[in-house]
Design a protein around this ligand. Structure first.
Ligand code: RIB
Ligand code: CA
Length: 300
């Protein structure tokens, strides 16, 4: 089993990633951490709490950073005003558990420090919390097994022609993580933009008569009409079922300029020629297996 912490900005595809986490056979979820990203930290945090309740996930939950390290927050409209396509009211409940920490960076540090195993982090929002964790508690690096990231791209972007949302929002945080020396897996837009459910799979999901499946159908139906890729489950599946992907060792640099290249992730071929690599980049995905695994997780 891989001991994991999920840091996310729910977010519709973040919610889908949590469904996959819940049903993963090889992953042991230790905690949830929210970050400002798709919507405000207040919204991503409340969504985290409501989603955990919906999926009967009983792990520590921490509220993360309200804004990027340096820049202003930048929200994504594809997820609706509340971050889950306007369907939070469907999963609000008096059973929703309170937060265990108002500072998820400190919460993650305590978990990592006290764990007898190395911890894997799955990060599918801007990398603000993770960068702060590494800066505030550098001693934790040796207790972090790897970080599986949804972010970046080695082809096109979705915020500018060259940069992807998570890295665009907080380029400085992404740069800190990619220069940390920790083992990284990068699920970038070059594969995640293609990851989705077919119409047949959506119809199958719609036929399942339980609250979880109905919620999942409603939010994904809204989301895919705005943004084709169900991106975030890829970072979870990269650990749960790596056989559905192909990965390649690369050296990825992050651009922190503030124009068209803001947050761009690009290959540093010179470093690779010197035998330097800082992450495994997913280059191929078996889309059929992705869809089957996601549908199975949403209908369990
Ligand atoms: O670019 C896609 C990423 O940005 C996904 O993590 C999505 O949830 C948004 O955060
Ligand atoms: Ca996300």
């Amino acid at each position: 089993m891989i001991d994991c912490i999920l840091d996310f900005d729910p977010g519709v595809d973040d919610a889908a990633a949590l469904f996959v986490m819940k049903n993963a056979k090889n992953l042991n979820l230790l905690a949830l951490s929210s970050v400002s990203g798709n919507v405000s930290i207040e919204n991503t945090t409340r969504n985290m709490q409501c989603l955990a309740n919906l999926l009967d996930i009983d792990v520590p939950m921490g509220k993360g950073q309200p804004r990027p390290l340096i820049r202003q927050p930048y929200f994504a409209s594809a997820h609706g005003d509340d971050g889950i396509a306007g369907f939070r009211k469907m999963i609000e409940s008096e059973n929703v558990r309170d937060l265990d920490s108002e500072n998820s960076v400190e919460m993650m540090h305590e978990i990592i420090k006290n764990s007898s195993n190395k911890i894997t982090i799955i990060a599918v929002g801007p990398l603000t919390n993770i960068a702060l964790l590494l800066r505030a508690f550098p001693q934790d690096k040796e207790k972090i097994e790897q970080i599986s990231i949804m972010g970046g791209s080695i082809t096109y972007g979705n915020m500018t022609s060259l940069s992807e949302f998570n890295f665009f929002v907080d380029p400085e945080a992404a740069k800190i993580v990619f220069e940390s020396g920790i083992k990284l897996i990068m699920a970038g837009l070059n594969v995640t933009q293609l990851a989705t459910l077919t119409e047949t799979q959506m119809n199958s999901l719609n036929e399942v008569d339980n609250k979880k499946a109905k919620f999942a159908y409603n939010i994904i139906k809204y989301y895919v009409s705005n943004d084709t890729g169900i991106h975030d489950p890829c970072a979870v599946m990269a650990l749960e079922c790596p056989e559905i992907f192909e990965m390649e060792d690369m050296y990825i640099d992050i651009d922190t300029q503030s124009q068209e290249t803001r947050g761009m992730s690009y290959r540093n071929i010179r470093r690779e020629k010197d035998g330097e690599f800082n992450c495994k980049v997913i280059t191929k995905i078996d889309l059929d297996k992705f869809g089957e695994k996601l549908l199975d997780s949403l209908t369990k």
